[in-house]
Design a binder for this molecule. Sequence first.
Ligand code: FES
Ligand code: FE
Length: 443
Amino acid sequence: PGRLVVEDWDALTFRVNRVAYRSEEVFQAERDRIWARTWLYLGHETEVATPNDFKTRTLGGRPLIFCRDADGDIQAWLNSCPHRGTILCREREGSTKLFQCFYHAWTFRNSGDVAAIPGKDAYEAAGEGFLDSMRLRAVPRLESHEGFVFVSFDPDVPPLLEYLGDAADYMTMISQQHEAGMEVLPGTQMYGVRGNWKLGVENAMDGYHFSPTHNTFVGYLRETGFAVTDDDQYAYNLGNGHSLLVLTGHGGRISMLWEPRFGEDEKVRTEAHRAEMDRRLGPERARYVADESHILFVWPNLLLFDLEGLSIRQLEPVAADRTDVRAWQLAPRGEDADTRALRMKTMVSFVGPGGLATPDDIEAYEAVQRGIEATAADTRPGMDYSDMSRGMVDEVKGVQGRSIDEGAMRGFWRHWVDALGVEDGLAVSGDRPERFLEGRNVR
Ligand code: FES
Ligand code: FE
């Protein structure tokens, strides 16, 4: 700390072209070059805990069936009938051994095989291998890490662990925090945001907005005797587009402490859990898990919040200015009913779409999207860029530190430019600037 003396402000500049948030052409390029090529978070193994469980969800614009087949293997099928392309499974979730298409009643086992085709005899005249060619189409790659299941539409994507890099161990710590393991609770929160998906990522890595944007929540914390400071937040660029925001200044997980219903029993339980983690994980990992709050971003669609318990958030871009968000709660297996109920209330009242924090973030997210339209017709140099130039001088080892800094966001944007391959020529329509990042510090 101490006063920052900067002699050459120009050297600090890092600006993002607003075209990146609003252009349909950029959105299509992202679909082709990011969402079709990288690993995408699909869901958690415990969401399909028993054979024949299934969920349907859309990733990178492609409808999928995420299921555990009758033999207990996890599968990800394209949710598109091999006959004429109809959406095969029209339910959000359930349990079934067979998926039957409503259009012509072709029926498939959850292992992908054809189970029945009306009028099949006529088809069989078409020759050998016909039924095989009509199997459900699998997503080419599926791997999981600590129960988090990822898929890729690119058969040549590198192995998942290599791709997760430094993010992998943070996911491991999330899974290790209860000896019995973690499970996703039933129910999904789903909401649409009128904003570009990248604003959701930036907001999650932006500790700077906390006090002003969430001032109702901050006022509530202060009234309940809770110290609030922005100073103890750190944003880390983990590489590969992944990043981590750490909040250390709250003396533990935020909401389990501010929650007034969190009584003496829970405190005793928390302390016992802390001691158990110290023994099992060692003091350093126990400190990470128990004393800090985090938001982990795994490029490009997964956010893991351990603020108030553990929430999983998945981003699904639907247009340049539209994003669908799905959220789930991760909880220790075998937790008693009272603790579970308290956890759910805490989660819903804080990061739920009607909670104390998330509506503020959505408002910020949508207000940026509306605001950046202000410069849409302005082609003068420098007019169409949003600025990320705070705290530039100590961008070392990929770590920015303190909430005012933007190292994680910059890591995200550098990765975005590389993933999009902008250098090898993404044309932006008309006379719009072709540079996505501007400033002496963008590399
Ligand atoms: Fe599915 Fe014809 S499109 S059975
Ligand atoms: Fe926020």
